[in-house]
Write a protein that binds this ligand. Structure first.
Ligand code: H2B
Length: 98
């Protein structure tokens, strides 16, 4: 997967294909808030995502309170959103389905 920053048009196309992801105001990043049934579900999902993220060597910025996880994805090395963020966003969505 490419480490190149997506153009604005590519980012808009990506966001049309993703459910619930949006641009972060004032930053080259995308965000989504996941709400689970309870803390165990939220943390279980975070654990699965963490293993995938580590394999990808691509790590989320995230904030968890009880059953809610706020996620921000960006590629620090590229200073923007890349295909790696797209890949991780899709993996997160897949893993949140049950
Ligand atoms: N995660 C994210 N989100 N962006 C990066 O640029 C990044 C990363 N770089 N995880 C990786 C680790 C890099 O620092 C290591 C050295 O490969």
């Amino acid at each position: 997967m490419s480490g190149e920053r997506l153009s604005n048009a590519e980012l808009d196309d990506l966001l049309e294909t993703l459910e619930g992801w949006e641009k972060v105001e004032g930053r080259e990043a995308i965000q989504k808030t996941f709400v689970f049934a309870d803390f165990v579900d939220a943390f279980g999902w975070m654990s699965k995502v963490a293993l995938t993220a580590e394999k990808m060597d691509h790590h989320p910025e995230w904030y968890n309170v009880y059953k809610t996880v706020e996620v921000v994805l960006t590629t620090h090395d590229a200073d923007g959103v890349t295909g790696k963020d797209a890949e991780l966003a899709k993996a997160m969505d897949r893993m949140a389905q049950r």
